[in-house]
Write a protein that binds this ligand. Structure first.
Ligand code: GAL
Length: 416
């Protein structure tokens, strides 16, 4: 490092006219959508570790929860022939870009660091294209959570609901007391996040798999799916008048500030509570949404083909750091998720992380571990887009559940 400073100073003063050597750690431009309080803190940890190893980090944040805006920006960059070196991108999206020949592999790092031994096979498979790692996973997020303000619930003397019927009963009580039951942001990905937890809760894991992963028409047009939309209609009655377009982290603040009792959101919401100094089990509760299973969402960084050797170097350093046990711990304690590596201990993690881990193990054993549709783990983007449109359209209109089911099933069939 000192050597580099000396060289730079020498060049600047004209004492030495030599091309500068490549930076020790290389450089990466990182495109991501982590801009909320908890998210920014977590990605800041990655930047810090990268710079500590001598790398140059070029930050390209594209605000917008769920990443839809970031994915649009990415497409424009790739089409323009100028892709960022590393992109927060996940699930089948990785394979889609790989098939287009846009990705670079980091197989040498993965082999040297024995990633195959440290990752759950379900994640390893998502990160590889034609047997080679093209992405590195940072975490395991769980989607099917309710974030609860216990003090607000106490005002109506209500218990934690364990079925959707119980949820409705508690919400009715809160309404009667003039309290907003559900903090929600009316954006398509947030509507879909709530929707998939209801699919899991009312239909069970096998139904979820059939409808949202296998896109089975029978499941999509079933009475169960009508019931799911009925429950969505019910939930629409539990949000406040200002819900439309609200960002997810502002909905989290409503629970934090006692303006609402519940938020249904993945555990990145916990990152917000923690960043605000709130204590799990005391200031807020993390309770799985009614039902049985585990909706998986794993963030990863995917490496795009870049020509600059400094950037290739940077990609390797980033890949190595992302998978290092220390980083996986620090990052996930801030992000609200649990490590993607199976060998990182949960010492120091909070009770929500411990519960997530236990439920993940159980879900793996009883085959109720399911990929999130809303968070791009289950189906191609085009199909996910149809789900988002249908659910949002329903949520913001007076469409009947029967019509919504017909419309959704037809749209999915066309797109799939
Ligand atoms: C998810 C992503 C999370 C979180 C969330 C809200 O799709 O996996 O890490 O950032 O969006 O932005």
């Amino acid at each position: 490092m000192r050597m580099r400073n000396y060289l730079m100073a020498a060049v600047a003063t004209g004492a030495l006219v030599l091309p500068l050597p490549a930076l020790a750690g290389g450089k990466v431009e990182v495109l991501h959508w982590w801009t909320s309080g908890g998210e920014a803190k977590a990605v800041g940890e990655l930047k810090k570790s990268f710079e500590a190893e001598g790398g140059t980090w070029i930050d390209s944040p594209i605000a917008g929860g769920g990443g839809d805006a970031a994915m649009t920006a990415l497409r424009a960059r790739v089409v323009g022939g100028n892709p960022p070196a590393a992109v927060q991108l996940k699930g089948p999206g990785i394979q889609e870009w790989a098939r287009q020949g846009a990705l670079a592999d980091v197989e040498d790092v993965a082999t040297a660091e024995r990633w195959d031994d440290e990752l759950p096979p379900v994640l390893a498979e998502i990160m590889k294209y034609e047997g080679k790692y093209v992405a590195a996973p940072v975490n395991i997020h769980r989607v099917d959570w309710m974030w609860v303000n216990p003090e607000v619930l106490g005002k109506v003397d209500a218990e934690i609901p364990t079925t959707w019927d119980e949820f409705n009963a508690v919400a009715d009580k809160l309404m009667a007391a003039g309290i907003t039951p559900l903090a929600h942001g009316g954006q398509p990905w947030q509507d879909a996040t709530v929707f998939e937890t209801v699919v899991l809760g009312l239909g069970g894991p096998d139904f979820y798999r059939k409808a949202l992963v296998e896109l089975d028409q029978e499941a999509l047009t079933s009475d169960t799916m009508v019931k799911v939309f009925n429950q969505m209609r019910q939930l629409r009655g539990y949000v406040d008048p200002g819900f439309s377009g609200r960002d997810w982290n502002l909905a989290t603040s409503m629970v934090m500030n006692g303006e609402a009792a519940f938020q249904i959101m993945g555990d990145w919401a916990k990152g917000e509570f923690l960043a605000a100094g709130k204590v799990p089990g005391k200031d807020f509760l993390c309770i799985p949404t009614p039902g049985n299973g585990f909706l998986l969402n794993s963030d990863s960084f995917t490496f795009f083909k870049v020509a600059d050797p400094d950037e290739v170097e940077g990609q390797k350093l980033l890949a190595k750091l992302i998978m290092s046990p220390d980083f996986q711990k620090t990052f996930n304690m801030a992000k609200g998720s649990i490590p993607a590596r199976t060998d990182v201990s949960l010492d120091g993690f909070d009770e929500c992380a411990v519960k997530s881990h236990e439920d993940l193990q159980r879900a793996t054993a009883d085959n109720s571990l399911l990929p999130s549709m809303a968070h791009e783990m289950a189906v191609p983007r085009t199909v996910r887009g149809e789900f988002l449109d249908a659910v949002t359209n329903f949520f913001n209109s007076d469409q009947s559940s029967e019509d919504a089911v017909k419309q959704l099933a037809a749209a999915v069939q066309r797109a799939g």
